[in-house]
Design a binder for this molecule. Structure first.
Ligand SMILES: Cc1cc2nc3c(=O)[nH]c(=O)nc-3n(C[C@H](O)[C@H](O)[C@H](O)COP(=O)(O)OP(=O)(O)OC[C@H]3O[C@@H](n4cnc5c(N)ncnc54)[C@H](O)[C@@H]3O)c2cc1C
Length: 472
């Protein structure tokens, strides 16, 4: 329990205008984008690395939990303060410090919103490829914390590929630099270790990012299918033919319908599935790719292939896709977002099994997917007023995690483990694997103050899981 004297000390570090501790303010920071809720004890908004370091030093001395937070859009409970403590809100460290097109580099503070960087890069003809669907809200620090993906990560790769270096505050307040300002650096790749570590190993206070020139031109295709299987098979066949689109998203009928209820983005509401494909590159090569893709679609019994004719049509289709989670929330406010990734050639059987799981538990499971990556987001809809349905939704979620793992994939492709997928870690990793991760945590955070209880499941629960496996 934090004392008033401690809050006074933090006020001395960040200033009176950069700290909140009233009940209503704490309530506002008790959520993230999951359905969980726990109260923090104080919120601080540092504006510099020195202030972050000062806050962490005080927390380290008094063993107070510190939860780094960007925009709180994570879908895994990663910023839920379930052990109280400090929410370290980095949104006021939001300056773009440098854009260096000659070296394909941008230097930013962690609280810069992803889309703000994209907008700043646009006049230079550059982009930062990782583009989570939450890019209008989520911060680059949060993207690094979760190793975020996005539609365009199919061709370009996820966040970890685009971070050259980072300034990081460690759990005792010491400031270090990992990586550098070019691609390859000597020594241990601590940069790689910290990316995706969900605020459990250190706090990123400055990021040196890799930016790339915007492609010369792009074309958006909406491909409409009568079955999910044909749509998924088309994804495998396109990649198998050596064509790597900029993005290839799969959206099922429920989600198309939900999108069209909110905005008229141009999706059909009567087809079982659509693929939203973006091709990017040189004009001539795009004509050939459209021809090849069209042939593959014909083989997979496509109903219709539309090419967006104007940039407004293109933008509307993408706005629909980016708004898919919000659209589902309008028809059912509570749902669990799953985030498994499976090898592309396992997409068809995985989607079949997800459908069986939905039937088994009498649930509606909508589906969107960064399909080109094999990253599927089954959205498990449930009624919060129906306790049995809540239990069924959780069980269905567990089965989907196990399914993705058994298909040779992962329990989370981009949303992180947080609190939501803690126990699913046992389905993917052996006790030796988890023990190696716990030893890393021990080195970086011996007092266990940085986002405690996230990402690593408790060692004592391992025996429960083993018992379950033998019995099951
Ligand atoms: C509508 C919607 C669509 C989404 N689409 C995608 C998508 O396409 N792809 C995708 O990958 N995700 C997606 N997400 C999930 C989420 O937006 C991402 O995980 C995003 O990267 C989180 O950024 P944030 O700023 O909100 O971070 P937060 O949620 O605040 O934090 C995320 C994690 O990072 C840690 N963290 C935050 N800042 C720092 C820092 N400076 N140093 C160290 N650790 C830090 C936190 O402790 C936490 O563990 C979506 C979410 C929503 C609501």
């Amino acid at each position: 329990m934090i004392q008033q004297s401690f809050i006074k000390e933090l006020t001395g570090i960040v200033g009176r205008d950069n700290i909140l501790s009233s009940r209503k303010d704490l309530l506002a920071y008790s959520y993230d984008s999951t359905s969980r809720q726990e109260m923090p004890e104080v919120i601080v908004f540092p504006r510099s690395t020195a202030e972050v370091s000062g806050v962490i030093k005080a927390a380290h001395r008094d063993k107070v939990p510190v939860i780094a937070r960007g925009a709180g859009t994570n879908l895994s409970g990663g910023t839920i303060p379930d052990r109280g403590g400090i929410i370290l809100e980095l949104s006021r460290m939001n300056r773009i410090l440098d854009i260096d097109t000659a070296n394909h580099r941008a230097v930013v503070q962690p609280g810069v919103v992803n889309l703000d960087l994209q907008n700043a890069l646009a006049p230079f003809g550059f982009v930062f490829p990782p583009d989570p669907a939450s890019q209008e809200m989520s911060t680059l620090g949060g993207n690094v914390g979760e190793n975020a993906g996005g539609p365009h990560c199919l061709k370009h790769g996820v966040t970890s590929k685009y971070v050259y270096g980072m300034e990081v505050v460690l759990s005792d307040g010491e400031v270090i630099n990992v990586g550098g300002s070019v691609e390859d650096n000597p020594g241990y790749d601590l940069r790689g270790l910290l990316i995706g570590s969900e605020g459990t190993l250190g706090i990123a206070t400055r990021l040196t990012l890799h930016i790339i020139p915007k492609p010369e031109t792009s074309r958006t295709l909406l491909v409409i299918f009568e079955t999910l299987e044909n749509a998924s098979q088309t994804v495998s066949d396109i990649i198998g033919a050596g064509i790597i689109p900029g993005a290839m998203e799969l959206i099922d009928k429920t989600t198309c319908w939900a999108i069209e209820q909110g905005i008229s983005a141009g999706y059909p509401t009567d087809a079982e599935a659509v693929l939203l494909i973006e091709l990017e590159g040189l004009q001539d090569s795009l004509d050939r790719q459209v021809r090849d893709i069209s042939e593959i679609c014909q083989k997979n019994k496509v109903r219709e292939l539309r090419i967006a004719k104007t940039s407004a049509e293109q933008a509307a289709l993408w706005q629909g896709r980016r708004g898919a989670f919000g659209a589902i929330a309008r028809i059912c406010p509570q749902y669990i977002v799953m985030d498994g990734t499976v090898p592309r050639n396992k997409m068809v059987p995985t989607i079949h099994r997800v459908d069986e799981i939905a039937k088994k538990y009498h649930l509606t499971i909508a589906l969107v997917a960064h399909a080109g990556d094999g990253n599927i987001h089954p959205l498990i809809l449930f009624d919060t007023g129906n306790p049995e349905e809540i239990v069924s939704a959780r069980k269905a979620g567990d089965e989907i995690c196990e399914l993705c793992s058994s298909m040779g994939g992962t329990i989370t492709g981009e949303h992180g483990v947080g609190l939501e997928k803690l126990h699913a870690m046992f389905t993917q990793f052996s006790s030796a694997d988890l023990s190696a991760m716990r030893r890393v945590k021990e080195v970086f955070d011996p007092e266990g103050i940085l986002n405690p209880g996230k990402l690593l499941p408790p060692e004592e629960d391992e025996s429960l899981h083993e018992t379950k496996e033998v019995a099951g």
